[in-house]
Design a protein around this ligand. Structure first.
Ligand code: ZN
Ligand code: ZN
Length: 157
């Protein structure tokens, strides 16, 4: 599974290709917190000029993250609308494998702090219930209130 370009097939005026690859080109860890939920889709414009392959376009994948606050799955379409890669091709009949570049651009587009919704309440730090779906009887103890307040003080300083 790879995105292979054959420079000798690119006409002088360039060409566009689109297609999809199985998500395993992303090489995500099979048991990791981040999983693909569908193929990797690409729509690329290819140009081959003076031994230089220039590829621009868009790459996209649907990915399941784990919410940073409540750990519920979050499905997001991750895309790089400004994908670009260039390669020098010494021999016109060398194929070019773009899989690494495409994988990197998708991974760089992953959200750093995925949330199931912007106002996700997260999990109760005491009993662990998901506060988006139920309320628990826990009240922060006096000591925790105090810690929270001193934490705020620190942020303000
Ligand atoms: Zn959440
Ligand atoms: Zn609780």
């Amino acid at each position: 599974m790879a995105i292979i370009i054959q420079p000798w097939r690119i006409p002088e005026e360039g060409m566009e290709i689109e297609g999809e690859e199985p998500a395993d080109v992303l090489a995500l860890e099979p048991d990791g917190l981040i999983q693909a939920d569908g193929p990797l889709i690409y729509h690329l414009r290819l140009q081959y000029v003076m031994n230089e392959l220039i590829v621009t376009g868009e790459v996209q994948a649907r990915v399941v993250f784990s919410c940073s606050r409540c750990a519920e799955p979050v499905v997001q379409d991750v895309s790089d609308p400004a994908f670009m890669a260039t390669r020098t091709v010494a021999n016109l009949h060398d194929t070019v494998d773009l899989t690494d570049e495409v994988r990197e651009s998708i991974i760089l587009a992953f959200p750093g702090y995925p949330l199931c919704r912007t106002d996700c309440r997260g999990l109760c730090p005491r009993c662990g219930v998901n506060l988006n779906v139920e309320r628990c009887g826990c009240r922060p103890s006096a000591k925790e209130n105090w810690t929270a307040l001193s934490g705020l003080d620190k942020i303000e300083v």
